[in-house]
Design a protein around this ligand. Structure first.
Ligand SMILES: [Zn+2]
Length: 557
């Protein structure tokens, strides 16, 4: 026997098994028991919430040999034929594919004839909002003077598209999204019955993802049966649904809470490298933001229909944002998710949104802003977007003098500290700057533009026979350059230029606080080099080009 999809196997066959629509069950049952059956119904509601199933149960209730009855027997020939879809009196019309006037004219002719087997002819018109205006007019004629033996059930997911003239002739029932807990409960019954070994967490994930539609939930469960041996876990379901996953969402939210732009961009990059969908990520982040917002407003409500039921996480993260910040974060993420749908580079859309969340409050100082610009710049280049590459022969971005005191404090891989200028390459006789320029040039020539965009933000401060120490002011650029893939490329270039293997050591510049910036020149002196300016200013110069004409310290003249 052919395989029957779970949602069809488990289609409710009587009013009592209709999930999540108790308000409709009760009303319809009472109406049937009282003999007050309307001749036209409008079933409105989201997909997969039981509109067609209810229509078929209604048809059985009316045509069951023991009826009309609120509890059709499901055993008599009439009930069985309706269940099987072979009844001569029940017609299912899909308005999405039969939306023209001809179909409705045929219907107008056919309704005149008496039912063949039961008491009523039941016309179920699915997605009725798809009918053309002419077809609606033709249908209206029938609804105005319906034969007594005809019941219409018009089902729609978009009730606002139904003309008022039609609407006013129908009894309207609104189907609700089915609560997550109800879907979850149903799924576990179905899974147990079909012998599917699946974890509770996985079931909850499916229930959440189905967004109130039981049919979708059962379809996903159906796909899980094909996943193979062993219990189906949340990870498998995530893979199936293309979900990013809570751990990532939590990590990114943590980074945004800490306003750590580098961590945000690095995590995003990792996710993209894993092949995760950027838009899906934004949607899940927005969902999580919603959970945080709800938790903050009313902790007792959270956990009902929210993602990430882990209350400890919700408590911790929601405390790190203000309510307004959460609202803004959700708006930013949702807008970005919409834009990402059409964006040529969804990644950039995501970066802008995530960084905007980091920048909340507006008190970001220039240095942080410069860092973000630098990060975005590097990421832009990494994403393959067009950007005029900085000429390789140009001076390195921050040609600031390097005092000996600047010995790197960060990742010290060698016990022997990098030696200052004296011990520089005997091999070629070139200065570190010349060597670094050659390396950068080589990267461009080799087509490694994204690597170039990133590492060119650093400056080679010391070079020994075995190690090149490159200093960065942007922590993003430093961390990115320090990663294995970029590091290998740079080390290869270094080896080519110097003629022997050289290890790359990336260190952070210990930027002096802006106010106390020790200026080598006296205060009033004209700036001799870009190094004179604020670090942020230098960064902007390095990225955008140009020169400082005048740097205003304050408003007074
Ligand atoms: Zn029956």
């Amino acid at each position: 026997m052919a395989y029957v999809a779970l949602y069809r196997q488990w289609r409710p066959q009587d009013f009592d098994n209709l999930i999540g629509q108790e308000h409709i069950n009760t009303t319809l049952k009472n109406a049937i028991a009282a003999g007050k059956v309307a001749h036209a119904y409008l079933f409105a509601g989201p997909r997969g919430t039981g509109k067609t199933s209810t229509a078929k149960i209604l048809a059985k209730a009316l045509n069951c040999v023991h009826g009309p009855t609120p509890s059709p027997c499901n055993k008599c020939p009439n009930c069985e034929r309706i269940t099987a879809g072979t009844s001569m009196d029940v017609f299912e019309i899909d308005a999405a594919s039969n939306r023209g006037i001809d179909e409705i004219r045929d219907l107008r002719e056919a309704v005149k004839f008496a039912p063949v087997e039961g008491r009523y002819k039941v016309y179920i018109i699915d997605e009725v909002h798809m009918l053309t205006a002419e077809a609606f007019n033709a249908l209206l004629k029938t609804l105005e003077e319906p034969p007594a033996h005809v019941v219409f059930v018009l089902a729609t997911t978009e009730s606002h598209k139904i003309p008022a003239t039609i609407h006013s002739r129908c009894q309207r029932y609104d189907f609700r999204r089915i609560p997550v807990a109800d879907i979850e409960k149903r799924l576990s019954v179905v899974a147990a019955d079909s012998g599917l070994d699946i974890t509770a967490e996985a079931l909850r994930l499916i229930a959440l993802h189905a967004d109130g539609g039981l049919r979708d939930a059962l379809s996903i469960l159906d796909q899980c049966t094909a996943l193979g041996d062993g219990p189906v876990g949340a990870d498998a379901v995530r893979g199936l649904l293309g979900l990013v996953g809570h751990e990532w969402v939590w990590r990114l939210t943590d980074a945004m809470a800490a306003r750590d732009a580098s961590a945000v961009l690095l995590t995003l990059e990792e996710l993209i490298a894993l092949g995760k969908d950027v838009r899906q990520l934004l949607l899940e982040l927005a969902q999580h933001g919603r959970s945080l917002m709800i938790y903050k407003a009313a902790p007792e409500v959270a956990g009902l229909d929210t993602h990430g039921g882990d209350r400890a996480i919700l408590a911790d993260q929601s405390a790190r944002f203000s309510h307004d910040e959460l609202v803004r974060m959700i708006q930013l993420l949702q807008n970005a998710a919409n834009e990402a749908k059409w964006a040529v580079e969804p990644r950039i859309t995501a970066e802008i949104a995530l960084l905007a969340v980091c920048r909340r409050g507006g008190e970001a100082d220039l240095a942080a802003l410069a860092e973000r610009v630098a990060a975005l710049e590097a990421a832009l280049a990494g994403g393959g977007a067009a950007r005029p590459a900085r000429p390789a022969s140009a001076p390195a971005p921050q040609p600031r003098p390097v005092p000996a005191a600047h010995t790197p404090a960060a990742p010290e891989t060698k016990p022997a500290a990098p030696e200052p200028k004296a011990a520089v390459p005997a091999l070629t006789g070139a200065s570190p700057k010349e060597i670094w320029d050659a390396v950068l040039k080589e990267l461009v020539a080799g087509g490694k533009r994204s690597v170039h965009a990133c590492v060119s933000q650093g400056e080679l401060i010391t070079l020994t026979d075995s190690q090149a120490t490159v200093q960065f002011t942007s922590s993003f650029a430093k961390e990115r350059s320090d990663k294995e893939d970029y590091r290998q490329i740079v080390e290869k270039s270094l080896a080519q230029i110097t003629g022997h293997p050289v290890k790359l050591s990336c260190v952070a510049a210990t930027a002096p606080p802006p106010a106390a910036a020790p200026s080598p020149a006296p205060a009033g002196a004209a700036p001799a080099a870009p190094a004179e300016g604020h670090p942020a200013l230098n960064q902007a110069l390095a990225i955008f080009g140009g020169k400082i004409i005048k740097e205003e310290k304050n408003e007074e003249v």
